[in-house]
Ligand binder design. Structure first.
Ligand code: GN1
Ligand code: MG
Length: 351
């Protein structure tokens, strides 16, 4: 297995010499490795084909968006070397390689002197991630959004996610519905919430933006020396979307006192102070690129995306853990429960 991965890694190295190739990071979707060569290191990833039907389109989006950000930064007098993902091309000049099994592989430069946080250990860390995602929004606010591929159709189509969840609960494929009755009921009762953002977008009230769609804290690298944000990672789900969903996804992950998969719900609360910190940093980073209605619907984004994530985690639990990687029994159920806890507290706070 490792042997095979090393062979793939060689496709991205002109002299083909690899010292080591080890699994890396905590992603739920792709397989990630850190590859060391004689005088360098880089990131190698196998793109999950069950999740991304067209990895070539994922890479086209990624190259388009990163090149755009590079140009913008250069125009602002910022050296983009450590500030944006750099795709490493194969020795043949392609943005990805396809192996004999039809699997897609890509490589990116490793950003050195950087730290990545799983939890907002300090307010500053969370604030910096907010500024990073706000800047991401701002730098891409004039990108031709219609040129982007929708790499996962309906990714944040919450009404569709609701229907898929309802179907999973009815079908009860893995025979687990009995063990999650209260949670299923809680989510089914909130169908209206699934339509809140989608409804406003359909009426043309919310503009279509270039969105990141996976704005978790651990998708931002911070400078180890200065503590300032360096680089936004994981651009696989960059697609046309709504600013409120990018905001909401960051909140459900970061403005919580517990981890996304914390089994002890007594440790999981919506942290309203962290929420305000993130909101401030995000709006600063956006630099006035959002409309007034977008700003006023950010809190809706937090609730809708927390709800959507609960639908997705619990739906996967009911389907028998077929989508998210799991490391223990009831992992997806624990994840769904944290989201439900957060949503309950958000509803109280924002009502
Ligand atoms: C997945 O790539 P990763 O593990 O950060 C998922 C996100 C979820 C997240 C939950 C393509 O993200 O949508 O919010 O897990 N990505 C995809 O932690 O489904
Ligand atoms: Mg991701």
């Amino acid at each position: 297995m490792v042997m095979r991965t090393e062979q793939i890694a060689r496709l991205f190295v002109p002299d083909g010499h690899i010292l080591s190739c080890e699994p890396y990071g905590n992603g739920h979707i792709n397989d990630t490795y850190k590859v060391c060569t004689k005088d360098d290191a880089f990131i190698l990833q196998k793109i999950n084909r069950h999740v991304f039907a067209r990895p070539d389109q994922v890479m086209e989006n990624l190259v388009g968006v990163t090149e755009w950000i590079k140009k913008k930064m250069e125009a602002d007098g910022i050296d983009p070397a450590r500030r944006v993902l750099h795709v490493i091309r194969t020795v043949d000049g392609a943005a990805f390689a396809v192996d004999e099994g039809g699997e897609y592989w890509r490589a990116c430069r490793l950003v050195t002197g950087a730290v990545c946080y799983e939890r907002p250990e300090t307010e500053d860390v969370f604030y910096e991630s907010a500024v990073a995602f706000g800047n991401f929004q701002r730098l891409l606010s004039d990108y031709p959004v219609q040129d982007l591929h929708e790499t996962i159709p309906g990714f944040h189509n919450t009404p569709m996610r609701f229907l898929q969840f309802k179907h999973a609960a009815e079908k009860d494929e893995a025979g687990r519905a009995q063990s999650a009755r209260a949670e299923i009921l809680f989510l089914l009762e909130r169908e209206q919430l699934s339509k809140r953002l989608a409804g406003a977008a359909q009426k043309g009230l919310l503009p279509l933006r270039v969105t990141h769609n996976d704005t978790k804290l651990n998708n931002v690298l911070m400078d180890a020396q200065t503590g300032k944000w360096l680089c936004v990672l994981d651009l696989d789900t960059v697609m046309p979307g709504l600013s409120a969903t990018d905001f909401g996804d960051a909140i459900r992950f970061g403005a919580s006192t517990g981890a996304e998969d914390e089994p002890d719900l007594d440790k999981v609360h919506f942290d309203t102070h962290l929420y305000e910190i993130y909101r401030k940093g995000y709006l600063e980073g956006c630099g006035g690129s959002l409309t007034d209605l977008e700003v006023s619907m950010l809190s809706d984004g937090a609730m809708v995306i927390t709800y959507e994530q609960a639908l997705r985690f619990l739906g996967d639990y009911l389907n028998g853990d077929v989508y998210y990687k799991t490391a223990r029994e009831n992992h997806n159920l624990d994840r769904a429960r944290t989201q439900i806890r957060l949503l309950e507290e958000m509803e109280k706070h924002f009502s």
